[in-house]
Design a binder for this molecule. Structure first.
Ligand code: CA
Length: 745
């Protein structure tokens, strides 16, 4: 309590101070950036962020495979967090969380390929409005242009290592000769040199490296030669004793290493049994002739020697995998060497310009990475290597040199921390907690600091086919939930730090699992995780993917006047309801977006993935939610929020389309059926979304229910799905409203 009230008082003082500064005017602010209570000046913030830098490849985290002297300098002069985690282990989502202090489901950037909504509150915007100069240089990867920065110069998407393009503030793309990591270092220093020295600053210097396809600068060729790096113990992990879902992902060094992109061979894939085809080394194509010659002079002989052995059949599959790992490590660690040098250049600049004392320097990376553990490269999974997120911080005025903290921190905490450091009260909507008290107490967290973190990965439809999962990690245990297979895995990180055996069905671990599940649900509640409103795909179900793509193709090719959106009951217009459908709607241009088994979250994913293409239908009939009831008996308030989100999304996509929002059909034979009652409660809530003009609510329940409240098998044989007679009743119920909208004659 003491800490809270102290911070509260400090923030109040700060707010008064900021108001005063705003009132007195910018000139005074420019001359004096000391803070109102006199001890701390408003610090500068240098946030150096790399991409996919694993903790296992940082000296300060005990790396056995490389040295990072300049990153380690931050550790020696500052603090290292040993339990630092991301909330969603993938590039764009991690960055969106850093900016907003919110988990993915609330900042809206859940998967790579999403578009970041730049209108939302971010910490750079708040710093900017408090008088900071703000800049972001390098990798951005949020699709929309940066907001809240006085200066930005960003890589398009992933960017390139060799002679990269940068997007300029006027929207143009400029290609720069040189190596990306050095260019980001150059541009960062250039901005620092040209800034207004009288104002505090935020610089986000964000490297592309060491992201795949790991292309080092020639000065680091041979720094970590083949054979010099011992593979991890779990390189040949068979993925047994854990969810079968693990075997679905495609990120194994043995099976999913590309001939050109990863292994750096030229030409046609000679050994498709050992290498994947289809992605060439795009970096090579960007090199100048002399760069190509330098590249080939290093890689050529090594590749030739290896291929000669392969052609002669001299290598076992294991030896080939070890070679791939060696090539991977040479390239990956070489990329990190350049990052480390460029961290050093920034630290040197701060020293040379007397800025060290009052500048917060953070080194972090958007998530961790597998360096062969479990046989993998890449990230995404909630296992330790990619869940971990390096976080080193130097701030001589506050942080004691050479300290470490075991406090559990997460990337939702960065924004509130930077804001509090600058004297700004973090907005309540930010979900993280400022780590200032930990920084001020040599790493010891307050007594009420969190004892567990929440993690959620959503991009199951993306590259590498890692299924959606979420979970909780406490100080000792980790429980992961897989919605597709509705199963839990449980790991004891103390006895099984490599996470090789799930204990979820071990009788001795049931109490522990139950405790974690309870805390998991509490976390989901705390972070406002309502699955009904969180867009989710079912990409790993082939039929669903095929249907989505077929419907998208249809949407692109022919305009529809009337669209049906829903689940299996809607899809059934193509099955048991087909004859009725043709009779009633045969003369209308229609599209059926009913997908069997869909819940509100799946419909949302489809709508947000532009499943209507650019169509503007006259009317849409929505009937959704019964699977939220049937699958997980979700609370009506949550389901109603999902339906509201669907209506809102549809309205934003096609504002003129009239929406006929149907009450969720009754289910269960008896009126006392719990699922039936749930749906009644949902309908009560969603009926309020209608405005009677653009959105009309229609509850057809009475058409399907006998006078005594039961449902007959002639209409719903399973008390859920409709017979042809049921579809007839449905069509009849729609007629008058659709006629009023001139969709039906
Ligand atoms: Ca990344």
């Amino acid at each position: 309590m003491f800490v809270v009230s102290k911070n509260f008082r400090k923030n109040c003082l700060w707010s008064i101070g900021l108001l005063l500064m705003a009132w007195i005017g910018p000139k005074l602010v420019a001359e004096d950036n000391s803070n109102p209570h006199g001890t701390l000046r408003q610090p500068n913030i240098v946030f150096i962020f790399s991409d996919d830098h694993a903790l296992q490849a940082i000296g300060a985290y005990g790396s056995q495979i490389n040295e990072t002297p300049r990153i380690d300098q931050i550790a020696r002069q500052g603090m290292v967090f040993d339990r630092s985690f991301c909330g969603n282990s993938i590039c764009g989502p991690s960055r969106a969380t850093v900016l907003t202090g919110k988990h993915s489901h609330l900042n809206g950037f859940m998967r790579n390929g999403d578009r970041f909504y730049g209108g939302q509150v971010t910490f750079p915007k708040l710093l900017q409005s408090a008088g900071y100069q703000t800049a972001v240089i390098g990798k951005w990867h949020l699709e929309t242009n940066p907001t809240g920065f006085d200066h930005w110069e960003i890589l398009p998407d992933q960017g390139h290592y060799y002679n990269p393009d940068f997007i300029q503030m006027d929207g143009s793309r400029k290609r720069f000769a040189g190596y990306c990591t050095d260019l980001i270092g150059d541009k960062s220093l250039e901005w620092l040199k040209n800034r207004d020295p009288n104002k505090p600053f935020l610089l986000m210097s964000q490297h592309k490296a060491p992201h795949r396809n790991w292309s080092p600068h020639p000065r680091h060729f041979g720094k970590h030669p083949l054979g010099s790096i011992l593979p991890p113990e779990t390189l040949f992990d068979d993925l047994a004793n854990r969810s079968e879902m693990l075997k679905e992902s495609e990120m194994s060094i043995a099976e999913h290493f590309y001939w050109g992109h990863d292994a750096k061979f030229h030409g046609e894939n000679e050994f498709p049994d050992h290498f994947m085809s289809g992605i060439n080394n795009g970096e090579y194509a960007r090199m100048t002739e002399s760069e190509k010659a330098t590249w080939d002079a290093y890689y050529g002989p090594e590749n030739d020697a290896f291929l000669q052995k392969l052609r002669a059949g001299e290598l076992t599959k294991e030896q080939i995998t070890v070679w791939k790992h060696g090539r991977y490590m040479h390239d990956y660690l070489g990329c990190i060497a350049a990052v480390d040098e460029n961290v050093g250049r920034v630290l040197d600049y701060l020293d040379e310009n007397g800025l060290t004392e009052n500048t917060i320097v953070v080194y972090a990376s958007d998530q961790g990475f597998y360096l062969g553990e479990h046989g993998w490269y890449d990230k995404r999974w909630m296992f330790e290597e990619s869940l971990g997120m390096p976080f080193l911080i130097r701030w001589p005025e506050v942080v004691k040199a050479g300290t470490r903290s075991e406090a559990m921190i997460q990337n939702i905490d960065y924004a509130p921390t930077f804001l509090e450091a600058a004297g700004i009260t973090p907005p309540a909507e930010m979900q993280g907690t400022s780590i200032m008290p930990i920084l001020q107490s040599e790493g010891t967290p307050p007594n009420d600091w969190r004892r567990e973190i929440y993690y959620a990965f959503y991009e199951s439809e993306g590259a590498h086919r890692v299924p959606q999962h979420d979970g909780i990690r406490s100080e000792r245990y980790k429980a992961i939930y897989f919605p597709k297979s509705d199963e839990w895995n449980l790991f004891d990180l103390e006895t099984d730090p490599q996470e090789m055996t799930s204990r979820h069905d071990d009788p001795d671990h049931q109490t522990i699992l139950a405790d974690l599940q309870q805390r998991y649900h509490a976390l989901r509640k705390k972070y406002n995780v309502n699955s009904a409103v969180i867009p989710e795909s079912r990409w790993q179900e082939k039929w669903w993917q095929d249907r989505f793509e077929a419907k998208l193709k249809q949407a692109r090719e022919e305009a529809a006047d009337l669209v049906f959106i829903g689940d299996s009951i809607t899809q059934g217009w193509e099955g048991g309801g087909r004859e009725v459908f043709e009779e009633v709607f045969g003369s209308v241009k229609t599209m059926n977006l009913g997908f069997s088994g869909d819940r509100t979250e799946h419909v949302l994913w489809r709508l947000k993935r532009n499943s209507l293409a650019d169509q503007k239908p006259t009317a849409a009939v929505i009937m959704i939610g019964t699977n939220n009831t049937g699958h997980i008996m979700q609370a009506p308030t949550e389901v109603a929020d999902g339906v509201r989100e669907i209506v809102d999304t549809l309205r934003s996509v096609t504002p003129d389309t009239k929406i006929l929002l149907l009450g969720v059909f009754p289910r269960g034979e008896q009126p006392s059926d719990q699922g039936r009652q749930n749906n009644v409660a949902i309908n009560e809530l969603i009926s309020k979304f209608a405005d009677g003009e653009q959105v009309v609510f229609l509850d057809l329940a009475d058409s399907f229910i006998n006078p005594d409240g039961t449902i007959s098998r002639e209409i719903m044989p399973d008390f859920l799905h409709l017979t042809a007679a049921g579809y007839r009743l449905w069509a009849d119920g729609l007629r008058s409203q659709l006629q009023a909208w001139n969709v039906l004659k």
